[in-house]
Design a protein around this ligand. Structure first.
Ligand code: SAH
Length: 266
């Protein structure tokens, strides 16, 4: 465990902890230990509510996620909350869905804390991009069907200054794609992948609410995926998998999803 340097203004350490994809049984032992010892907890939308019961009584809790129909707490406010809590508490858990360093802004929060003299440590978690396909029986690599896999965000780049995802390039360079936050732009993403040279028959899947109650699977092809997802009412949170690995699905190995509700969808 990290200790505070003597010249640090912070009293405590912030742990950036991965909560896993939803099924509470997928929490790491380290995350479990830290949750059961923490003085303060900061969490957001995609964190299984069952995990909140693990914190000690009297633990100070802060929700910084998006509430239904509202915007998320802006990142600067979350950063400020973490620095402030570290001045008053010894052990602070910043709990994030899946893995904190995969599309979770964990890197930004870690850098901010370091800049403010706050000791910080990351605790990796099981990411939805592996766990949701796995709970549907889909391996994200396979010796004969996928030697490479790319984790990619389908979220439209709001910051126009930054280049978007090169979907056509990915179509040529990666055997499999695991797309986070991809439902909203699914039609455009599929069109780009087809334009990049992927066959219309490429197997593709959507796993909604992976590992928890309400888990749903759509098996399709790249050409049909967007239409079918729309017709069948697929919604966030969902992982999209594109590539031959989808045809290597072994349905019999799928675990029963956990009997817990997915927290507030966004
Ligand atoms: N850090 C997280 C990802 C955060 S981005 C991780 O490692 O898993 C949020 C996106 O993750 C969602 O829009 C969705 O695409 C995906 N996601 C998170 N939990 C999910 C779940 N249980 N089932 C399917 N997709 C999920």
């Amino acid at each position: 465990m990290s200790t505070s340097p003597s010249d640090s203004p912070a009293a405590g350490t912030v742990y950036l902890v991965g909560a896993g994809p939803g099924d509470p049984d997928l929490l790491t032992l380290k995350a479990h230990r830290l949750l059961s010892q923490c003085d303060a907890l900061v969490y957001d939308s995609l964190v299984p509510r069952a995990l909140l019961d693990l914190v000690p009584e009297g633990c100070e809790r802060h929700f910084v996620g998006k509430r239904r129909g509202h915007h998320s707490v802006p990142q600067p406010s979350t950063n400020a909350v973490l620095v402030e809590l570290a001045s008053r508490h010894r052990l602070i858990v910043r709990l994030k869905g899946g893995d904190p360093f995969l599309f979770g802004r964990g890197g930004e929060e870690a850098a901010h804390l370091v800049r403010h003299g706050v000791p910080v440590e990351v605790v990796p978690g099981v990411t939805a991009g592996i766990a949701a396909p796995a709970y549907a029986g889909i391996p994200v690599t396979h010796r004969s069907a996928g030697s490479s896999v790319t984790f990619v965000t389908g979220h439209e780049e709001i910051d126009k200054g930054r280049p978007g995802v090169d979907w056509r390039g990915l179509a040529r360079s990666s055997d499999g794609l695991v797309i986070y936050m991809g439902l909203h732009n699914l039609r455009r993403i599929c069109a780009e992948l087809l334009a990049g040279g992927l066959s219309a028959e490429t197997p593709a899947a959507v796993v909604q609410q992976g590992t928890v109650v309400g888990q749903r699977l759509l098996l399709s092809t790249l050409a049909e995926l967007a239409d079918q997802a729309e017709q069948q009412g697929f919604a966030s949170p969902a992982i999209v998998v594109v590539g031959q690995v989808v045809s290597q699905r072994v349905a019999a190995c799928s675990p029963e999803p956990a009997a817990v509700e997915m927290p507030i969808p966004f």
